[in-house]
Design a protein around this ligand. Structure first.
Ligand SMILES: Nc1ncnc2c1ncn2[C@@H]1O[C@H](COP(=O)(O)OP(=O)(O)OP(=O)(O)O)[C@@H](O)[C@H]1O
Ligand SMILES: [Mg+2]
Length: 837
């Protein structure tokens, strides 16, 4: 019997299964037969093989919906159930925190017990945990801040301005992308500097930007998202003993969505799966880290077993450095790796799979594999071409209502799009139709300015070195501290080798006016007082816990009170400030939830959690809402019914990638990912015209639509189009007409002009629709229009009808209307284009 140190378990030592355990487990195998049967019951032979295989490396490659994630889950459960590993010896990497939570739940359901100590997380979360523990080794404070994309751009904007780099064409976004790319390739400032082309002024300037950026993050004790991975790799490479602790601990590493790992993530996996050499084992042993029972005959601890699952057809993150070669070269990097192929699809109907197969087979450079199911053809795919984005959205809303009436829960329906901008039309129509929906990862709560302000107060308290956070709150709410004062604080800090925060405390010596000086000192005092609230009691310090420290919600409330953040918003004359105040209060409510759900957790824990909330984490399956999300966010998920919207040239493939090498192939994989999310019903829609960047332009059907065999799609037509044409042309024809022989083909252009004409007719024929509102900038507000059951109303689009019922209150009142010819609709009274008759 061996004891190992479990870093998750503050009480220290846990038993690790040794040879004796395994023997005992073998003896007990008969008794446990029932259990292991349960773990493999319902799996097909290949899936079972993947669950039961034991060896150093296992690669499972398979198409969408073939049970890859399911196999991972069963494999973890089987390792634990067979006493081959403690939960704490398992590290499973998933793509989102939400997927991680789901996997944990499933493993626990399979085992029938909680599997504490198991690490199931994203690459980023796992790295944050490691870095917070080991920060000091690489000269970071363990309370380091995690900068998001917006923070990065703020810093880069300052640097670019200071260096006049915009004259060379640098923008915060371009510099950010380049830095990110380098970091994903594990290239840092020094390695870039070694290879820089000194005769190219652009390269030299970029080097300077990169250098400054790196220095500022260092000074602020901050890491960006890419750093989380690369710094962990550096940590492991520079400190083999630190690495050895994790190599020793994690005996089984499993990675889902392996096709989307980038080079840095791949390097991390390599580091974690290295064996611990006998001399390091001996040193660990000498330091009291128990290693007995883990070593082999040579005295080394063998590398962890690695299982990766992936589908190269679903690789959609090349722009973030994901490297399909990671899959292709797996066998080379892990010689003797077992490869299991899964073929049968358990998610979708054959019609959906046939469409997916047809589309993806147009990509070269892939192993041909065809998805198939034993479940039958199912319904045909529904296609729809709207005359505008709003018309398309109306189609989506109507179909969702029809599905709902047929018994499909809202939460089992999803609408996907390529770009976030596409949500506008969808949301407008959904709100108007009173359809419950949720935008996953759109303008996120935590990206709102007022939330970032409140968060900056917390960050400044947790990490006093964070200059970005301090500068953000320096004059928020307004305290009369202008940019000139901000600059004097910054240069005072620079000259005297102080942090910005220290310079604030020394504001007396800056020669500023008494009022401004007091304002700065008051803020510094407020932050210091809040920091004092975070110190645990002596008992907590002794025991290494957070006992005695104030709760996050109390610290936030204290800061809000002291800074008058909410009070200022409440008394402002800007009507939107009221909403902002409510948002900040929502944040307070969230910290309360956090405190309740995570007793003993610290402020840094809260900040970490917020930083790591990936888009897909906002999904809430329990809620009865339709999910709206980008195609990228949809990965790994499945829904009864899926709407793929905006299947147009310029959107899919996106214009940015259409001309890039490999771009159209990657966009095709994105389309494939979208199609394969659907279980039973798939809808493909597009619009003939779309407003983008404030301009309405004619849209062309996506080239990928053409790749789906005609007989799989049932094209419906757009009522708006039919009216304006005075005819009932099948939608398929209209859509198909857009396909010229190739890009810019004469036929295609001819079609465009005619469609544009028709489109103008439609537009002027329906001046009262939301379209006209958009164009003229009027926003409808029915204010306090009173309606009750029995009232007759007229709607601009649906004609006349009778109110059946009014539900909800205030601005959320909804009229349930039976229209004379348009059927039943639910309308949000405040904004619906209706009048009472
Ligand atoms: N042997 C099986 N019997 C019944 N259902 C199964 C089986 N294997 C997988 N499934 C179901 O099929 C669906 C797809 O499985 P899963 O999500 O694991 O596929 P995947 O290969 O990970 O897909 P993706 O590539 O989209 O991530 C799930 O609902 C899963 O529960
Ligand atoms: Mg999966």
């Amino acid at each position: 019997m061996t004891l190992i140190l479990d870093p998750d378990d503050p009480t220290g030592w846990r038993e690790a299964p040794g040879a004796a355990d395994r023997e005992r487990a073998d003896e007990a195998r008969g008794a446990r037969h029932a259990a292991s049967d349960r773990l493999t019951a319902g799996l097909n032979p290949q899936q079972r093989e993947a669950v039961e295989y034991r060896g150093p490396a296992l690669l499972i490659v398979a198409g969408a919906g073939s049970g890859k994630t399911r196999v991972l889950t069963h494999r973890i459960a089987s390792l634990i159930d067979g006493r081959e590993a403690w939960p704490s010896q398992i590290l499973a990497i998933t793509f989102t925190n939400k997927a991680a939570a789901e996997m944990r739940e499933r493993v626990e359901a399979l085992l029938g017990e909680a599997a504490g100590g198991m690490w199931i997380s994203t690459f980023h979360s796992a790295c944050v945990r490691i870095l917070r523990r080991e920060a000091e080794a690489i000269g970071l404070s363990s309370t380091f801040t995690i900068y998001d994309s917006a923070d990065q751009r703020t810093i880069l904007k300052r640097i670019i301005k200071e260096l006049d780099a915009d004259t060379l064409g640098f923008t915060p976004a371009s510099a950010q992308a380049k830095i990110s790319k380098l970091k994903n390739e594990l290239s840092d400032v020094e390695s870039y500097a070694r290879n820089v082309n000194t005769s190219d002024p652009n390269d030299v300037m970029f080097l300077e930007i990169f250098r400054q950026y790196t220095r500022r993050l260092r000074d602020a004790s901050a890491l960006d998202f890419d750093d989380l991975i690369s710094e962990t790799v550096y940590l492991f490479r520079a400190f083999p003993k630190v690495a050895a602790l994790y190599q020793r601990r994690f005996r089984h590493i499993l990675v889902d969505e392996y096709q989307d790992t980038n080079h840095a993530q791949y390097a991390l996996i390599r580091e974690l799966t290295r064996p611990v050499e006998p001399d390091v084992v001996a040193e660990l042993d000498a330091h009291g880290v128990l290693v007995r029972g883990l070593t082999d005959a040579s005295g080394a601890i063998p590398g962890a077993s690695l299982t990766v699952v992936g589908d190269s057809d679903q690789s959609i993150y090349a722009f973030r450095g994901a490297d399909i070669r990671n899959i292709v070269e797996f066998e080379r990097d892990f010689p003797g790796a077992k490869v299991v192929l899964l073929e049968q699809n358990y998610r979708s109907t054959q019609n959906i799979l046939s469409a997916a197969n047809a589309v993806i087979s147009n990509n070269f450079d892939r192993k041909d594999k065809k998805l198939w199911t034993a479940d039958g053809d199912g319904d045909k795919i529904t296609g729809y071409t709207g005359y505008s984005a709003h018309d398309e959205a109306q189609f989506v809303a109507d179909e969702i209502e029809a599905l709902h009436r047929a018994g499909v829960a809202y939460r089992d329906i999803a609408v996907f799009y390529r770009t976030n901008a596409q949500t506008r039309a969808l949301e407008e129509i959904f709100v108007r139709s009173a359809l419950p929906y949720r935008v996953v990862g759109g303008t996120k709560f935590y990206e709102r300015a007022e939330i970032k302000d409140a968060m900056a107060y917390l960050i400044a308290v947790a990490n006093p070195l964070d200059e970005l956070a301090l500068r953000r709150i320096l004059n928020t709410p307004k305290r009369g501290i202008g940019p000139a004062t901000e600059t004097s604080i910054a240069s005072f800090a620079e000259q005297n080798d102080l942090s910005f925060r220290q310079a604030m405390r020394a504001a007396d010596g800056l020669g500023l006016g008494p009022k401004i000086t007091k304002a700065i000192l008051d803020l510094a005092t407020l932050l210091d007082a809040a920091a004092a609230m975070l110190v645990p009691s002596q008992k907590g310090i002794d025991e290494g816990t957070n006992e005695g420290a104030s709760k996050v919600s109390d610290v936030l409330a204290f800061l809000i009170e002291g800074s008058k953040l909410v009070e200022t918003l409440r008394t402002s004359r800007d009507p939107q400030d009221e909403t902002r105040a409510e948002n900040v209060e929502e944040l307070v409510a969230q910290t309360k939830d956090f405190d309740r759900e995570n007793p003993g957790a610290s402020l840094v824990d809260f900040l970490t959690q917020v930083s790591l909330v990936a888009a897909a984490d906002e999904l809430d399956d329990a809620s009865g809402t339709v999910s709206l999300m980008t195609l990228h966010t949809a990965k790994g998920l499945e829904y009864h019914a899926v709407f793929l919207t905006g299947i147009e040239e310029g959107l899919l493939p996106h214009q940015m990638s259409a001309s890039e090498p490999g771009g159209p192939a990657e966009e095709r994989r994105l389309f494939y990912v979208g199609i394969t999310r659907a279980r039973k019903r798939l809808y493909l829609s597009l619009a003939m015209s779309r407003a983008q960047f404030g301009e309405v332009s004619v849209a062309m059907p996506s080239r990928y639509l053409q790749e789906i065999p005609d007989e799989l799609i049932d094209w419906k037509q757009s009522p708006g189009m039919a009216n304006s044409r005075g005819g009932n042309q099948p939608r398929a024809l209209n859509a198909r007409r857009g396909f010229g022989g190739g890009a810019g083909g004469g036929g295609a252009w001819g079609t465009r002009d005619r469609d544009l004409e028709r489109f103008s007719v439609t537009k002027s024929a329906a001046p009262k629709t939301e379209w006209a509102n958009r164009v003229t900038g009027t926003v409808r507000d029915n204010g306090d229009l009173t309606l009750e059951a029995g009232d007759r109303i007229r709607h601009t689009d649906f004609g006349e009808g009778t109110v059946r019922q009014v539900t909800g209150e205030g601005t959320k009142r909804i009229a349930h209307v039976a229209f004379d010819s348009a059927g039943q609709k639910k309308l949000l009274i405040k904004i619906a284009p209706i009048e009472k008759l």
